[in-house]
Design a protein around this ligand. Structure first.
Ligand SMILES: [Mg+2]
Length: 270
């Protein structure tokens, strides 16, 4: 047996019980500003639809939050009916976990971890000296998370940090994520789709901020929700597979799914 095949089977064994065998749709949603945005009645209806179609729609969270924050969120949003996804990509692409257990999947995470070794120790003292950059109190895995003061930050200093083998990702004009070079929501999503042997034609992504740009640059179909940050909307002309919804949050996702021909799955629910 080829080693690649054996590794894929190992990965499937870690999550197989959780996954639909042959999904009609693989829906990859950012959380804040996307799956968590929109009017409450729309959110309630959309979360109910996801639960009802759990065997036809393979749902992935793809978020900048860490796993602890995702766990808290699932508790908080129970009231509106948000259930666990099948899989979670967290930490802006630096962690992948089973959606039910929130246990990381070592086959995907270990290579990212290997690329991260030694970087935090080297970079934290350098970042601490940059004006306008302050650590976020939330924990982060295989990345460093900061808040920025856009007035005080000189972006040239981030280029100097990137020379150490990392990518500096600013989103929402407030957040800075320092990631292993080449690791982002898009790269990790593509790796995961490949591990799971999922048809790219069935995939739709959805997001609202610059940390979703890499996901929108994969060539997969994507929905930019109507409340997306202006800097992301500016990138739209260079993103031929992305649809910009008029509606916000969950309603925007539904609009995008109809646009991409998945309306048959939505019939009667919206
Ligand atoms: Mg977002």
């Amino acid at each position: 047996m080829r080693p690649e095949r054996s590794r894929r089977q190992q990965l499937l064994a870690q999550v197989a019980a959780e996954l639909p065998a042959s999904p009609d749709l693989v829906l990859v949603t950012d959380l804040d500003g996307t799956l968590l945005a929109g009017e409450d009645p729309w959110r309630r209806r959309f979360y109910g639809w996801l639960r009802l179609h759990r065997q036809r729609v393979l749902h992935l969270f793809c978020t900048g939050r860490d796993l602890a924050s995702v766990a808290r969120l699932l508790e908080e949003e129970q009231e509106l009916g948000l259930g666990s996804p099948h899989l979670v990509i967290s930490d802006v692409g630096c962690t992948v976990a089973c959606g039910e257990t929130l246990l990381p999947l070592p086959l995907v995470v270990d290579p990212i971890e290997a690329r991260w070794q030694g970087l935090p120790e080297r970079l934290m003292p350098l970042l601490a000296r940059i004006p306008g950059v302050s650590p976020q109190p939330e924990s982060a895995q295989r990345r460093l998370a900061y808040r920025i003061d856009p007035e005080a930050l000189d972006h040239a200093q981030l280029l100097a940090i990137e020379a150490h083998g990392v990518d500096c990702l600013v989103s929402g004009n407030r957040y800075l994520d320092v990631l292993p070079a080449g690791v982002n929501k898009g790269s990790t999503l593509l790796a995961l789709l490949s591990w799971l042997d999922l048809d790219h034609g069935t995939v739709v992504t959805a997001g609202d901020s610059l940390n979703d740009l890499a996901m929108f640059e994969t060539g997969l179909k994507g929905v930019m929700v109507g409340n997306a940050e202006p800097a992301l909307i500016e990138a739209l002309p260079s993103l031929p597979t992305i649809y910009l919804s008029c509606a916000h949050g969950c309603e925007g996702i539904v609009e995008g799914l109809s646009h991409f021909g998945f309306g048959y799955l939505l019939e009667g629910a919206f």
